[in-house]
Design a protein around this ligand. Structure first.
Ligand SMILES: [Zn+2]
Ligand SMILES: [Zn+2]
Length: 366
């Protein structure tokens, strides 16, 4: 059995094209029994993904492709514009709760161009998670591509210690000639560390014929046009980032059938049940022996408490000034304030197309 464990939907905003119902329909057509969701840093699509899979009798595996800060999530230095990618999957409900916590904290504490977690948060929230080493923009891949094999081993050992047997070296094959040394390096790394390998396809759209539309989406996301030659594109074979059949995936890794089998095993290991149709209130940590009113007041969830909180947060700001403050934040691109080279280098670390920046970049982009 094989299952796709690295899947971007349209909720990977301006990077993923797959509509969830069409994705699920195709998975059914191909006879796939499980499929994973790994949008970039967010869980916006998780509930729809879960429900659409369930009604079709497919097992949904909920995850994210996380952005991991190179150092602390609190750091906002120039190099922090290029976080590492890491694939995280919820093995069970505890893992799902941790994904929610990681995604939330990445936005509230680690946001710098992208929602970033860091090793400290991973250590706090590793329970119930399966980690795959990630795409060509992962920490390990960047070490290998830069010829730092020892550093890659150290990183792999760190994650191996943190996740134990729930950590895998992720292999991808997208026809990128420049990444052949990376594939060899990943296999050597797996052999030296004893970490199991797993094959994924960095899935961004449902069918091969969707590739041109993905290209347009990428142009919108990187502020370029399809006519430009020297712009960011899907690396390697641009028509390969689709929902492949198990046979197609096996053909990509003829010498490593275990990488395909492990994807199926991981899917079998995951067991997540989401409950709907019931109001789920947050658990408030309050001292025992209080009346209902006292409990509400103590936990600051009373209507008065909520009102006070909302008033404080918006104090002194009109609606329009709140919006303009948001728009002026560094999270929004402005072609007049950011150079094309910065945009390309930043985009290459956010999308799964790195690290192959164009040879030169037209200044007409700005
Ligand atoms: Zn990806
Ligand atoms: Zn990636």
């Amino acid at each position: 059995m094989f299952a796709h464990l690295h899947t971007h939907t349209e909720f990977s905003l301006l990077d993923g094209l797959s509509r969830i119902p069409q994705l699920m329909d195709r998975a059914v057509e191909l006879g796939q029994q499980a499929i994973g969701l790994t949008d970039h840093g967010v869980l916006y699509g998780a509930v729809q993904f879960y429900k659409e899979a369930k009604v079709r009798g497919i097992k949904p595996i909920i995850g994210i492709e996380a952005y991991v800060a190179q150092g602390s999530r609190h750091s906002r230095e120039p190099q922090d514009k290029q976080p590492y990618h890491l694939t995280l999957l919820a093995k069970n409900n505890a893992g799902y709760a941790n994904l929610l916590a990681l995604s939330t904290k990445s936005h509230l504490e680690g946001y710098y161009y992208k929602p970033r977690i860091d090793r400290e948060l991973l250590e706090q929230h590793r329970d119930g998670l399966i980690a795959l080493s990630g795409c060509a923009t992962s920490e390990i891949s960047r070490h290998l591509l830069d010829g730092r094999f020892d550093a890659a081993v150290n990183t792999a050992r760190y994650y191996q210690q943190l996740f134990g047997g729930d950590y895998y070296i992720e292999l991808q094959e997208h026809g990128i000639t420049e990444h052949e040394p990376l594939s060899r390096g990943l296999l050597r790394l797996a052999e030296e560390t004893g970490i199991a390998v797993v094959a994924t396809n960095d899935l961004h759209y449902v069918k091969p014929e969707d590739a041109p539309f993905q290209d347009v989406l990428l142009c919108i996301g990187t502020n370029s046009t399809v006519q430009q030659d020297d712009r960011m594109k899907m690396s390697g074979d641009p028509a390969c980032y689709y929902l492949k059949s198990e046979d197609e995936m096996r053909a990509l890794f003829p010498n490593h059938p275990e990488a395909i089998d492990n994807a199926g095993r991981i899917a079998e290991m995951c067991d997540l049940t989401l409950e709907f149709g019931r109001v789920q209130l947050p658990k408030a940590d309050v001292p025992p022996g209080l009346s209902a009113d006292e409990r509400a007041s103590a936990s600051k969830v009373s209507p008065a408490g909520i009102r006070a909180k909302l008033t404080t947060r918006g104090a002194g700001l009109t609606t329009s000034s709140r919006w303009s403050g948001r728009l002026a934040s560094p999270t929004t691109f402005s072609s007049s304030t950011i150079s094309p080279s910065t945009l390309v280098s930043a985009a290459s670390s956010w999308l799964c197309v790195a690290p192959l920046p164009p040879r030169s970049f037209s200044t007409s982009l700005a």
